[in-house]
Design a protein around this ligand. Structure first.
Ligand code: GDP
Length: 432
């Protein structure tokens, strides 16, 4: 689903306009100085088309001043959105800040629209025209207050969105997709609430009166993430969602809809079969994996050692996972989640050039050739990484390679190229 980023100085009426675009007044809280806003993105629907509105407000003018802060918004908007909407107070006109932002936006390959806000009557219509000077095309006069012009603006926005892209992850440049999974009571809801912060209450009110959105858009560490299928986690009173079988189907679907899975375990309790099953689902689905050991506030020295042992013994298939120890209750180390997600996704996205791959492989094979089978020495001729997401290595050989040797190749491949947080697949094609 395409993403629209809304950029503008404080007090140009950005939040009012966003509320207009969303068609509901409660959705966005006021910009309050000193309050960082965790949740900045909202689902919108116009003419049957769904899109995401990212309100880039909430950045405080830092040491470098307002101009730098707004320019940073614009940079962020350009890197995450399919289109950018610059909101200008037409009654004030283009200030030095807008000119600086316009310079950044003109370099952008994304479409940019200029909303000339506070054009409340005919008298101020000329103010809108003056904004041609920004060099970003036709200024669109609107009145956030009266709602005038917002329909035309929405039409124009839909026009500039790229055509619906094929179902390739990341192809839209939209927020990355995260599944928050784990057996019951490990603290998924608590963690989601912790990540979304105070916005939660506001959003719950809205969810009660409109259609319940299935995903949560959450800003972590300056980036917007899409937590998929969190509807069940957001409700305070959760419906007993039937059998474990259905819960497991839902977990599987969430993992498949995501690029990276955050698997929560209760670190204060022994690891169970059910935990391992969820981890297994992530590996099978070929998604990046971040293991979150929650309830760390309840973990003492003794338990910590035992958990390390359990993980060491049981996680043989996923030693490469990123791991963070957090407490959703106290907030401890929750800030480490976003960097872990980034590392895992970066690995998941990686493609090793064929040349580099083969020079590494020929050294490896020369030093440790595959074991002889049936009197024959299989040769590895060539390797290529067929694709990322998940990284998949194809080995072209003259004969079958034993599972033990494949694991050895994978281990060495990881030692050489990293891939922390991502599964790696190795397939063998035997050439006759
Ligand atoms: P979910 O079923 O995975 O969504 O789990 P919940 O978020 O509902 O949490 C289950 C229980 O664990 C609740 O009573 C939470 O208050 C508690 N809990 C969650 N995270 C923590 C934590 O980090 N520390 C402690 N001590 N309790 C937690």
């Amino acid at each position: 689903q395409p993403v629209l980023a809304v950029v503008g100085r404080p007090n140009v009426g950005k939040s009012t306009l966003v509320n207009r675009l969303l068609g509901r007044r409660e959705a966005v809280v006021q910009d309050k100085p000193g309050v960082t806003r965790d949740r900045v993105a909202y689902d919108a629907l116009w003419n049957g088309r769904r899109f995401t509105v990212v309100d880039t407000g909430g950045w405080e003018p830092g040491a470098k001043g307002l101009q730098a802060a707004v320019a940073q918004q614009a940079e962020m908007a350009m890197s995450t959105a399919d289109a950018v909407l610059l909101v200008v107070d037409a009654q004030v006109g283009a200030t030095a800040t807008e000119e600086a932002v316009a310079r950044v936006l003109r370099r952008s390959k994304r479409p940019v629209l200029v909303a000339a806000n506070k054009v409340d009557d005919e008298r101020t219509a000329a103010d809108a025209a003056a904004l041609w000077s920004l060099g970003l095309g036709e200024p669109r006069p609107i009145s956030g207050l009266h709602g005038r012009g917002s329909g035309d603006l929405l039409d124009a926005i839909l026009d500039v969105f790229p055509e619906v892209p094929h179902e390739q992850f990341g192809a839209t440049g939209g927020p990355r997709r995260v599944a928050l999974v784990g057996k019951p009571n490990v603290g998924k809801s608590s963690l989601l609430n912790r990540l979304t912060g105070e916005q939660r209450a506001v959003v719950d009110d809205v969810a009660g009166t409109t259609v319940d959105p299935v995903d949560s858009l959450v800003q972590l560490d300056g980036e917007v993430w899409r937590f998929v299928d969190t509807a069940g986690l957001r409700k305070r009173v959760r419906t007993a969602s039937g059998t474990e079988y259905y819960a497991s189907l839902r977990t599987k679907a969430a993992i498949e809809a995501a690029e990276v899975a955050v698997v929560l375990i209760d670190a204060s309790e022994p690891l169970t079969e059910q935990d391992l099953r969820v981890i297994g689902m992530v590996i099978e689905a070929g998604r990046a994996l971040v293991l979150v050991c929650n309830k760390w506030d309840l973990v003492d020295e003794d338990r910590r050692h035992r958990l390390d042992k359990e993980l060491d013994r049981e996680m043989v298939r996923a030693r490469w996972a990123e791991r963070v120890n957090v407490s959703a209750e106290t907030g401890r180390s929750v800030a480490k989640l976003a960097p872990a997600l980034r590392t895992a996704l970066e690995s998941w996205d990686t493609r090793i050039p064929t040349g580099r791959l083969n020079s590494w492989l020929s050294d490896l094979v020369a030093a440790s050739p595959p074991p002889v089978r049936g009197g024959k020495q299989p040769k590895i001729l060539f390797a290529t990484q067929a694709h990322p997401r998940p990284p998949t290595l194809v080995l072209f050989t003259t004969g079958f390679l034993e599972a033990g040797y494949r694991r050895f190749v994978e281990r060495r491949f990881r030692e050489e190229f990293g891939f922390t947080g991502s599964p790696v697949r190795i397939s063998v094609r035997v050439r006759e």
